[in-house]
Design a protein around this ligand. Structure first.
Ligand code: GLA
Length: 383
């Protein structure tokens, strides 16, 4: 996590402020339940110890002045003006616009921000950015949004200002996460339950392929549309079917012949994945991490073969995980087409797995993967 001294120094240098408020919001992992959120299903994410943090001071005007420490770039825009052209600034702009749509009036401010969430690695740096600005503006301008609304503001920022029709998992996890706990979130009702996740002698590690696929956002929207196409077929026959969450595998199979085979495969994955998550929570409540890990492997297989969002590099890293003793489970995580594999591994086998992956990956793809050990930590907060 970026040191508060760096933020304070930066806001003094850039904008001359000696006093400021400091906030941070984390990235997330998701243990199981991928591509289920926008289908009204369940997810099992947790916030991690990698954050975006900011220092902020209201400036009494309608101008927003931002400085990104990581990009070493400044951007200014008016809260009522045009969207800035820098992608990173459009997230902040989007959060402000979504707040205004809901009747709030955030004013102008000066802010500097930075963090240690690798970009494009599938651990939701963008949700962290939305959540940290959402939380900061809500607090300093006393806007009165609750955390569920802040999560929706972040999600709608993606839809309306970035062009990704994402679900709500990432923003929810960044805002609601708690140290040592995973969140079982019902993405339809937004009701959630926290499950302790502190398995003794087991660690979570992310292996970043360093692949940033340019198709990630366009193909994401295609997957979502394919799920909607499957729902439309079933809804002709069954009342009350609005989302894949409402569809049982038997219903899907009964109408298999009426859908494009690809649409069938996508829907088959989502419905199975939702059930796998519910079964996986039973494993966790019995502390059966070995059985839970097996489900992670099955999730990967489904994401790769049925949902079509994996890539060669991700498949390769998961394959190695299967061959190392003590790796209980591994799977690609997040939207896909690159980013990270999440592995659950026994402490004593961690170094062996990491060494094996590094060597084999370098040999096969001629580059180094990035290894990120993660600890489940608190969600968005003011320091
Ligand atoms: C991205 C989206 C989430 C979710 C995952 C896949 O992270 O932002 O809403 O759909 O992909 O599970």
């Amino acid at each position: 996590m970026i040191d508060s001294a760096i933020l304070k120094k930066s806001i003094k240098e850039k904008f001359g402020h000696s006093d400021c408020s400091i906030f941070s919001a984390p990235g997330r992992i998701n243990l199981i339940g991928e591509h289920t959120d926008y289908n009204g299903g369940f997810v099992l994410p947790a916030s991690i110890d990698k954050c975006i943090s900011l220092a902020i001071v209201p400036n009494g005007t309608s101008t927003v002045n931002l400085y990104s420490i990581d990009y070493d770039e400044s951007v200014s825009f008016d809260v009522d003006g045009e969207k800035p052209k820098q992608q990173w600034a459009s997230y902040v702009y989007g959060v402000i616009q979504e707040m205004k749509k809901r009747g709030a009036s955030p004013g102008g401010f000066d802010a500097v921000f930075g963090g240690d969430i690798p970009l494009g690695a599938g651990i939701s740096s963008s949700a962290a950015l939305e959540s940290v600005f959402g939380t900061a503006l809500n607090t300093i301008f006393k806007l009165g949004f609750d955390k569920r609304e802040l999560a929706k503001i972040g999600q709608m920022t993606e839809h309306n200002y970035v062009g990704v029709r994402c679900g709500i998992m990432d923003q929810f996890a960044s805002l609601f996460g708690e140290a040592g706990k995973v969140i079982r979130l019902d993405c339809r009702s937004l009701e959630y339950e926290l499950f302790p996740f502190e398995p003794e002698g087991i660690r979570l590690v992310l292996i970043d392929t360093m692949v940033k696929h340019s198709l990630a956002s366009s193909e994401y929207n295609v997957r979502r549309a394919q799920c909607e196409a499957g729902v439309a077929v079933i809804a002709k026959y069954k009342e009350g079917v609005e989302l894949l969450r409402d569809v049982a595998l038997e219903d899907l199979d009964a109408h298999k012949g009426e859908m494009d085979p690809e649409v069938y495969r996508r829907c088959h994955f989502v419905i199975s994945e939702n059930q796998r998550l519910l079964d996986g929570c039973e494993d966790l409540s019995r502390s059966d991490y070995a059985l839970f890990g097996q489900k992670m492997f099955r999730t990967h297989e489904g994401l790769s073969k049925e949902y079509g969002v994996s890539c060669e590099e991700l498949d390769f890293i998961v394959e190695i995980a299967r061959s190392v003793e003590g790796v209980l489970g591994a799977r690609m995580m997040g939207g896909g087409f690159g980013g990270c594999v999440l592995a659950m591994v026994k402490n004593e086998n961690h170094d062996e797995y990491v060494a094996k992956v590094r060597e084999a990956y370098q040999k096969r793809f001629g580059k180094d993967p990035r290894v990120i050990d993660v600890v489940i930590s608190d969600g968005a907060r003011q320091w």
